[in-house]
Design a protein around this ligand. Structure first.
Ligand code: AOF
Ligand code: ZN
Length: 351
């Protein structure tokens, strides 16, 4: 069992390299082992491109002269159930069967309707030994965005904000004032490349004129921008509308917008129902979203219980006045020091 866990850990490490590039697919890693030695490995690198198992099998052929023979005595470890369907690529379960790999160790099942146990069934029907649920909790955690999208028909929602020691979020006069440490800022930018989209409300867009990109790693994947602007009152001179990435504007006006700026209509009765907004993002294949403010927008999602994770930076500053930061309760996931700040991550077990 210990060996199974060791190789599955490697699968998880490999899988995680796909973060930001494979959405709305899951991150998947695969390792092929022959007589206790890794003879091949691979991961799903980019949406639409080969799956982890394909890359792992190909790597055996690149590294080993007698690949075909070795595979017949090998075990393939995969962090997610091998697929059973013809999607953008042929089924991975067929690939395993074709190469007569006799044993498959799987981290967790794939809930995608076209797979959902069918990959494992296919393997077993071909006489292949399948061991399931090794490091299952870790595999589920790795693909929390993918599972949320499939099981809840909405993106994984991450709330993010910074607050002062005395729980203030922004100055009362609506001006922009940086709260968190410079290192926290770099971390936030890094997070932006890990998720599909960043959402802000109208007031934050107008007051802060945010770029919502990862400026520290310009070569990294940049997230889509989402803004809630019911009456389309925001100036198009704002950074948000610079056409550098796809930008979705939720509004009631229903005018056609240009280029990469897209309009998503709200009916009067919809207001900014968080459910509606998230379902529209789901329809756009957005698998995860960071909600970066302001207080009103964050509260909307908190009150609806529609969030999965909150990442809150608390600085050492005390303001004594200002706009109060949102109140939130959930399960403490972690608490670390980032520069001068305290970063607390809370997860919502009830969402
Ligand atoms: C695997 N291994 O590495 C991944 C899997 O459109 P396609 O062909 O890329 O298929 C996408 C679906 O395949 C995706 O929704 C998920 O169910 C599964 N992803 N499966 O065997 C992999 N990335
Ligand atoms: Zn596959």
């Amino acid at each position: 069992m210990k060996d199974h866990e060791k190789y599955l850990h490697r699968c998880l490490e490999l899988a995680a390299l796909g973060i930001g590039f494979v959405s709305p697919n899951p991150m998947v890693g695969a390792v092929i082992v022959h007589q206790n030695k890794i003879i091949g490995e691979g991961y799903h690198q980019k949406y639409g491109q080969p799956h982890a198992e394909v890359n792992a099998v190909n790597s055996v052929f690149l590294r080993q002269l007698n690949a075909e023979e070795l595979l017949k005595e090998a075990t393939i470890y995969v962090s997610l159930e091998p697929c059973a369907h013809f999607g953008k690529t042929p089924p991975c379960s067929d690939l395993i069967i074709r190469h007569q790999i006799p044993k498959v160790v799987v981290g967790c099942r794939d809930p995608f309707v076209q797979v959902d146990g069918k990959g494992i069934e296919k393997l077993k029907s071909a006489g292949i030994e399948v061991i399931e649920s090794v490091l299952e909790a870790e595999c589920l955690e790795l693909n929390k965005r993918f599972f949320t999208r499939i099981q809840k028909q909405r993106p994984y929602v991450i709330l993010k904000w910074a607050q002062t020691q005395d729980m203030f979020f922004a100055p009362e006069n609506g001006s922009k004032q940086w709260i968190s440490d410079a290192i926290s800022k770099k971390l936030v930018h890094h997070w932006r490349s890990e998720e599909d989209a960043i959402l802000v409300g109208k007031n934050t867009a107008a007051a802060d004129n945010p770029q919502l990109n990862n400026r520290y790693q310009p070569e990294a994947k940049q997230p889509k921008r989402i803004v809630l602007d019911r009456r389309l009152e925001l100036s198009h001179q704002l950074h948000l509308f610079d056409q550098s990435v796809e930008t979705l504007v939720f509004n009631e006006v229903k005018t056609a917008l240009e280029g990469k700026i897209k309009c998503i209509s709200l009916e009067d009765f919809d207001l900014f129902l968080p459910q509606y907004v998230l379902f529209q993002l789901y329809l756009q294949d957005i698998q995860s979203v960071i909600i970066e403010g302001g207080a009103k927008t964050l509260k909307l999602f908190i009150e609806a219980g529609l969030w999965d994770e909150a990442r809150i930076f608390t600085s050492k500053a005390r303001w004594g006045k200002g706009i109060k930061s949102p109140e939130i309760t959930g399960e403490l996931k972690s608490s670390i020091t980032v520069g001068e700040d305290e970063l607390v991550v809370i997860s919502n077990k009830k969402s």
